[in-house]
Design a protein. Structure first.
Length: 227
């Protein structure tokens, strides 16, 4: 406070594209005039978010380099003990900006119109279906592995640099399935380029009101909501 913060522009490093990016840019639009300094979102994609996480952890603790946090910031150290940050020691949480539920979607060529049909299809064809994710340890990777564990199915994992790129892979038919935040996938579903099977939350979402929750689709334990 003695230094008169903020005295220069503030960067918000983004570990992921998609919903994380959208919320950060909405925040920057409101925060810049509120504090009288430019707030600049900056993508640092890759390594399941760890490139951005480590960059912020190693930055000077002066309030000018912020992190747009998402679940992997606390998940990744449990999956990889070699990550160069400690989420409790190296970061101070500021505020919860919002939550965004994930949606499981398939390419229209996949002959499944419900989550139950997809599960049966996967059981009849073990290892044949593929799903894209934002990388090993990403929230949508773990959500898909949770689905596989709950349903005793074998579906091949295809990691991408981000969940958004994985969604592009799904729309082009490179992979059959992707679990991604509803804010990213809703336009593709509304255009008929992807088919949504379930909202991985306890309630439906206004953007896709016809899509059932995972509980309504018969798998109540499959809940994956990003913060």
């Amino acid at each position: 406070m003695a230094q008169g913060w903020p005295a220069k522009p503030i960067r918000i490093l983004l570990p992921f594209a998609g919903g994380t990016d959208v919320v950060a840019r909405m925040l920057a639009l409101k925060l810049s005039p509120a504090i009288g300094q430019q707030v600049v979102p900056e993508q640092r994609l890759g390594a399941g978010g760890n490139i951005a996480h480590e960059a912020v952890a190693k930055s000077p603790p002066d309030g000018y380099t912020l992190l747009m946090g998402a679940p992997p910031v606390v998940i990744n150290p449990h999956l990889n003990p070699k990550v160069n940050y400690d989420p409790l020691r190296d970061f101070v949480p500021i505020v919860l900006l919002g939550t965004i539920p994930n949606t499981i979607v398939v390419h229209p060529s996949v002959p499944a119109r419900t989550l139950g049909e997809l599960i049966q299809l996967a059981r009849r064809n073990p290892g044949k279906l593929t799903y894209g994710s934002g990388g090993v340890g990403s929230a949508n990777h773990l959500a898909a592995e949770l689905m596989k564990s709950l349903t005793k199915t074998q579906i091949l994992h295809v990691p991408y640099k981000s969940a958004t790129i994985g969604l592009v892979g799904a729309t082009s038919g490179e992979v059959d399935i992707v679990i991604v935040v509803v804010s990213s996938v809703a336009p593709f579903v509304q255009q008929g380029r992807m088919r949504a099977l379930a909202m991985l939350d306890t309630k439906r979402v206004a953007a896709l009101p016809e899509v059932p929750t995972s509980a309504e689709a018969g798998l109540p334990a499959l809940v994956a909501v990003n913060w």
